[in-house]
Design a protein around this ligand. Structure first.
Ligand SMILES: Nc1ncnc2c1ncn2[C@@H]1O[C@H](COP(=O)(O)OP(=O)(O)OP(=O)(O)O)[C@@H](O)[C@H]1O
Length: 412
């Protein structure tokens, strides 16, 4: 495809996406969104009883001896904060609201994209663009629950003030910097942290900072090198997997709120869609942990993007390991294409991604050897590594060249 055609196709796609986003916004009015963490929360009902409507509404869980009226009242008096209204946060929020949690805070800076909807189905149902607005769904689902949307990013500046107001925190985010921030903020405020993650066909769940158990830093004192971290937008995810893990995060939060022991406070649940659930015991709380140990060196929130060497979002390519001479912009590359300058393009994505789209392949690589045997093997090998590049073996190699094209060519 020529560059002009490519530009036109991209423009048409942009217009299509804008139209779909417009439709997504729907006709529903936006809820009152908080852009700051300072405002007081609505007071949760501290009466030790339920009214008749609540008894009818929650009757199927009320008759469980582990819960009973007293458990349901505890749920009603609890405040749960969910960070991230994506694949994990949406299902967790729905079940927490339906179960009768008195106040749920929903934090997300992001807006809905079409690629979110295979797993963030609640957002699609309600037709909002700002993710934290999923809270409005609860007004219909359970008018007794107060749901507070915060359209902002959780940062070192606001985390303490926000988390302090809630009893239990759910980590439903997708980046390492926010995981460390949440861990430290929960330790400093003394809140349990229900942490979930999902990628491809697998998910994980655990509860940090509860009942003498370890914190995230006890297990991972150092952040992973940024280039080794994968997320859903690079690695992919089957929508049901975050649905399962988000649901389990809600269950752990319900147990915590009722005073029942959470199942995963000192262990890690591993889910693999191709095999089963497995639980592994976690290493205990570390006495020398820098935040929850005996003499902590971290006593306030730090700069987590600097600590992790990566952004607190997976929206841009956080990695920056090459110098400016070793990189070019897409505009510069488009110019190279337009001028048909000599070059070769190596697309390092997986083969499955090549079926979705490709830049115009500018070159064919010809492979030659002495007699045409090794060159065939080389083509086979290169085909596995160089997606989208046309590779051709020169049949018969240099021997054939000497015989048919250039009689003076040295043969050995
Ligand atoms: N520091 C933060 N503060 C608030 N929200 C956050 C923060 N970090 C991550 N999030 C939110 O957590 C959510 C994680 O959702 P999910 O893992 O489903 O990924 P996504 O960003 O929605 O989708 P994709 O990765 O496919 O683009 C996102 O909506 C993201 O905006």
């Amino acid at each position: 495809m020529e560059n002009q055609e490519l530009k036109a196709a991209l423009k048409a796609k942009d217009a299509e996406i804008e139209e779909l986003k417009r439709q997504l916004r729907g006709k529903n009015p936006l809820p009152a969104i908080r852009k700051s963490t300072e405002d007081e929360l609505p007071s949760v009902n501290s009466e030790p009883t339920l009214d008749n409507e609540e008894i009818a509404r929650y009757s199927r869980q009320l008759i469980l001896p582990e819960l009973g009226i007293s458990g349901q009242v505890k749920l009603k008096n609890s405040r749960v904060l969910i960070i991230g209204c994506g694949g994990l946060g949406c299902p967790a929020a729905i079940y927490l609201a339906a179960a009768g949690i008195g106040c749920i805070g929903l934090v997300d800076f992001d807006e809905v994209e079409l690629s979110n909807l295979h797993r963030q189905i609640e957002l699609r149902l309600h037709g909002y663009c700002i993710k934290a607005c999923v809270s409005n769904l609860f007004i219909r689902l359970n008018s007794r629950a107060s749901c507070i949307p915060y359209h902002l990013a959780l940062t070192s500046e606001n985390a303490y003030q926000l988390i302090e107001k809630y009893d239990i925190v759910l980590d439903a985010t997708d980046n390492v910097a926010t995981r460390y921030l949440l861990n430290d903020a929960c330790i400093l405020t003394g809140k349990p942290l229900v942490s979930g993650s999902a990628l491809r066909f697998e998910g994980q769940l655990t509860v940090y900072n509860h009942n003498g158990g370890p914190c995230y830093r006890c297990l991972y004192p150092k952040p992973p090198p940024p280039e080794t971290v994968t997320n859903c937008s690079d690695g992919g995810v089957v929508g049901v997997v975050p649905g399962i893990i988000g649901g389990l995060q809600a269950l752990e939060a319900i147990k915590l709120a009722c005073g029942l022991p959470p199942s995963f406070s000192q262990s890690l649940l591993l889910f693999d869609a191709f095999s089963t659930f497995r639980t592994i015991k976690l290493r205990p709380k570390q006495r020398n942990c820098v935040i929850c140990g005996e003499s902590p060196s971290i006593t306030k929130l730090i700069d987590y993007e600097q600590f992790c060497g990566a952004k607190a979002t997976d929206k841009d390519a956080g990695l920056n390991v090459l110098g400016s001479k070793e990189r070019i912009s897409v505009q510069e590359y488009a110019e190279i294409l337009q001028k048909k300058s000599d070059h070769m393009l190596i697309d390092v994505r997986q083969a499955v991604e090549m079926d979705i789209c490709q830049l115009p392949a500018p070159a064919i690589i010809f492979v030659v050897c002495r007699r045409g045997n090794d060159s065939q093997l080389a083509v086979q090998e290169l085909q596995k590594r160089l997606n989208g590049i046309q590779l051709k073996d020169i049949r018969g190699g240099l021997h054939a060249w000497a015989k048919h094209i250039d009689n003076n060519f040295p043969v050995y």
